[in-house]
Ligand binder design. Structure first.
Ligand SMILES: *Cc1c(COP(=O)(O)O)cnc(C)c1O
Length: 286
């Protein structure tokens, strides 16, 4: 594949470069493409089924559904019990993933943890098991590919710092490991700094070039916040759509806590914006 392009934007009189991983594919884009890179390159006949689990609107779920459709693999996805409103939505990642062939199974909340733990133990060699959010060691290779693109594209720009928001921290961690000559900024969008460090440490030792910026206050994941919407709108004016779940917290931290030239790695996820914007409306924020 060709390297994803770079765009230049101006925000609060600062210039930023944006690595347009959002343009890779409508569903399998951003850091999910990078994290699933190894699996995408796996010969189709290696597996016939892929199993994963997690949130019912997750970007990882949608990316997996898109990948399994391309690979002709059956995709089985487990979540906790969903409400009828969640199931009957015609838009959003869940509806898209079903259209891409996802087979969805709900597990009673009380058994969920145990069930997932046992699932992992019972997969056969034709089945690929992917942890929630694609937080897997194999993600490392896709991020090394991204790192190489960044090096080549940056050779005339001389930016010294990268930034990308964190959920599991897999992307930021492996990017920092693959780019030791750069500073890599991230911020936790799910849980706090210590939870993020804990998740990263489960994958690899956190390198010194990775800087975790602390959010200015405690934000709950996927909850609408006026200040996030305001950042989203300011970003929108630049002509690039960013996601509403992760990007606002990262940009807020960058604008308030850094001052150097930065390349923002767009992590995709814009397919979820329509349903998030509907929630902002419902809450009266828009
Ligand atoms: C999944 C996701 C993230 C978080 O990636 P991690 O590797 O889990 O830290 C960030 N931004 C967007 C848009 C995502 O979809």
């Amino acid at each position: 594949m060709q390297a994803s392009p770079l765009s230049k934007i101006v925000l609060e009189e600062r210039e930023f470069f944006v690595k347009r991983d959002d343009l890779i594919d409508p569903y399998l884009a951003g850091n999910k493409y990078r994290k699933l890179y190894t699996l995408l390159k796996t010969p189709n006949n290696t597996y016939d089924t892929l199993i994963s689990y997690g949130g019912s609107q997750s970007n990882a779920m949608l990316a997996l559904a898109a990948m399994c459709q391309k690979k002709n693999w059956k995709f089985i996805y487990y979540t906790k019990k969903l409400s009828n409103t969640q199931k009957n939505k015609h838009e959003g990642n869940y509806a898209h993933a079903l259209r891409l062939g996802m087979q969805h199974s709900e597990i009673e909340n009380d058994y969920y943890k145990k069930f997932i733990a046992s699932l992992r133990l019972h997969v056969n060699e034709k089945t690929c098991f992917v942890d929630q959010g694609g937080a897997v060691q194999e993600a490392k290779i896709g991020l090394e590919v991204l790192a190489q693109e960044v090096r080549e594209q940056n050779s005339t720009l001389h930016v010294k710092a990268m930034a990308t928001p964190s959920g599991t921290g897999t992307t930021a961690l492996f990017l920092a490991l693959a780019l030791p000559e750069y500073k890599v900024y991230t911020t936790p969008c799910i849980g706090d700094v210590s939870y993020l460090k804990q998740q990263m440490n489960a994958l690899a030792k956190i390198p010194d070039n990775l800087t975790i910026l602390k959010p200015k206050k405690k934000y709950h994941f996927a909850k609408p916040y006026l200040e996030f919407y305001e950042i989203y709108k300011r970003l929108h004016v630049t002509g690039i759509e960013f996601d509403l779940l992760y990007a606002p917290a990262m940009w807020q931290a960058l604008l308030e806590q850094t001052d150097e030239n930065i390349m923002y790695i767009h992590s995709g996820g814009v397919s979820g914006n329509k349903s998030m914007l509907a929630r902002y409306k419902k809450k009266g924020i828009i």
